[in-house]
Ligand binder design. Structure first.
Ligand code: BG6
Length: 478
């Protein structure tokens, strides 16, 4: 063997895909109302739609829906249009598809006595269709859309009842679909805990200490993941479970020593803590000392710690869009509290473009954990319109994806085991953060505006045809 001669590139079994979530795509037909459904679109107050509502605000939204625009309730009608949509993705040539199951389609209120057979049958037909089209499903069990009843009655993942009901739902879908689905992500972006209601189900004014409540609920999610791993081994040893992290890796804003150490510590608190628990199986000392210094107190059972230790996750799923910097003077340790990188360009929403940031994260994750990694989400949001030829010339998106894929290729050449890339998103969908339609990520245009008006017609953009060729050539045309 000669060192230095081997260029690996994308392996033949690389999973090329696209990703979407139930809360942004499916629409409400046949399912119960969720915490995501009450996130309204309000152009005057885009920040308000983050979704961290008080109990009264929730009730107002439930009792007077006519006063709001709720785009996630409609999604993009994937529930009735999935055959046509999956056909377009089949023609795209991808061999995997990341999606989420809607908890409220299986248990409309979360605590219903029996699962909803119609909801289960819906996913049967999705998985059958994917199977027939040779697309490997990657399934998120919880993509931030618990039944609203779970939040109102049990404060979601904060309580034993809430987590027990989640476990019941998760086991129902694991048992039902394991013949079709090998790759499972129990919870989307476990480290993105700033949005209390949507990710954790906690209603902010019903708990005395929100900070402690959030850590308790995250711990409960860790325990759920470990229990699922334990059960998965019995249900089907082929099942692989992944921990998912939203990439919030920050670079030091300057090389001042205080910025450098601040960024390092912030990265541990916002990303590596979660991955350490789920991949190394223990709460690291640095987080225990952070809890102590910041009076963070929550309940942890010794048997839960054993469960976490014995049932670590099999792979890492990363969502990567942009990157920022951290300044000791300007920022706190809170996730997402960062300073823009002056060397990077950004889109309308201030999301910077930094392909090498993806490589940076891949290197850190691989060197630290040595487990397979999938890119669960990566994409570019932009305001777009169909031109006179019924086309969207999204060269900027092509360039964005191309540069990120080149970084993945580089990672592969360095021996980093990246096994899948899922583009966010196949079709323009409702934005998770702002509930807008105009923040378009799709490689397929969807003719709907922010208020839900439009034909809903799907039109492949230029990037669709470009990605088709990338997939066909297994990345050799990058
Ligand atoms: C990810 C979420 O964090 O970011 C997706 O998992 C979301 O659901 C994506 O759509 C992009 O965010 P946004 O707010 O632009 O839709």
């Amino acid at each position: 063997m000669i060192f230095g001669k081997e260029k690996k590139g994308f392996p033949d079994n690389f999973l090329w895909g696209c990703a979407l979530s139930a809360k942004q795509a499916e629409g409400i037909d046949g399912r119960g109302i969720t915490v995501a459904d009450i996130q309204d679109y309000d152009p005057q107050n885009i920040d308000k739609v983050k979704g961290d509502f008080s109990k009264n605000e929730i009730l107002l939204r439930l009792e007077h829906p006519e006063n709001y625009v709720f785009p996630k309730k409609n999604g993009i009608q994937f529930v009735s249009r999935y055959e046509e949509d999956l056909q377009l993705l089949h023609e795209l040539g991808i061999n995997c598809f990341r999606m989420s199951i809607s908890w409220s389609r299986i248990f409309p209120n979360g605590d219903d006595k029996y699962p909803n057979e119609e909801g289960l049958a819906f996913y049967d037909s999705i998985f059958k269709t994917l199977n027939e089209r040779n697309m490997t499903p990657i399934v998120t069990i919880y993509h931030d859309d618990m039944p609203i009843n779970m939040a109102l009655k049990y404060n979601g993942f904060l309580t034993k009842e809430g987590t027990d009901y989640f476990m019941r739902y998760a086991l129902v879908v694991l048992n039902r679909y394991h013949h079709f689905v090998k790759y499972w992500i129990p919870v989307n972006q476990i480290n993105l805990t700033r949005i209390g209601l949507s990710s954790l189900g906690i209603i902010k004014d019903t708990v005395s200490d929100l900070q402690n409540a959030k850590h308790q609920a995250v711990h409960n999610k860790f325990v759920c993941c470990a229990k699922l791993k334990q059960s998965a081994l019995l249900i089907d040893p082929n099942i692989k479970l992944g921990t998912m992290s939203a990439d919030f890796y920050v670079a030091p804003h300057t090389c001042k020593p205080e910025d450098v150490i601040f960024a390092t510590e912030k990265n541990r608190l916002t990303m590596f803590y979660y991955l350490d628990v789920q991949l190394r199986g223990v709460y690291p000392e640095y987080i225990l000392s952070y809890f102590e210094e910041n009076d963070v107190i929550f309940d942890v059972g010794l048997e839960e710690l054993d469960l976490i230790k014995e049932n670590t996750m099999d792979f890492i799923a990363i969502s990567y869009y942009n990157s920022n910097t951290a300044s000791a003077e300007q920022n706190t340790y809170a996730i997402g509290d960062s300073t823009p990188n002056p060397y990077l360009e950004a889109n309308e929403w201030g999301w910077s473009i930094n392909p090498s940031g993806l490589l940076n994260t891949l290197i850190h994750c691989w060197d630290r954990y040595n487990v397979p990694i999938m890119i669960a989400e990566n994409g570019f949001g932009q305001i777009e319109y169909l031109d006179d030829n019924d086309m969207v010339d999204d060269d900027y998106r092509i360039e964005y994806i191309k540069q990120h894929l080149k970084m993945i290729e580089k990672a592969l050449n360095q021996g980093i085991d990246v096994f899948s890339y899922c583009l966010w998103s196949p079709i323009d969908m409702v934005s998770s953060g702002t509930s807008e339609m105009k923040k378009r990520y799709g490689i397929i245009y969807n003719d709907v505006d922010d208020s839900g008006h439009g034909s809903g017609k799907r039109v492949p953009k230029k990037s669709y045809f470009w990605y088709q060729n990338v997939v066909k050539t297994n990345g050799r045309t990058l």
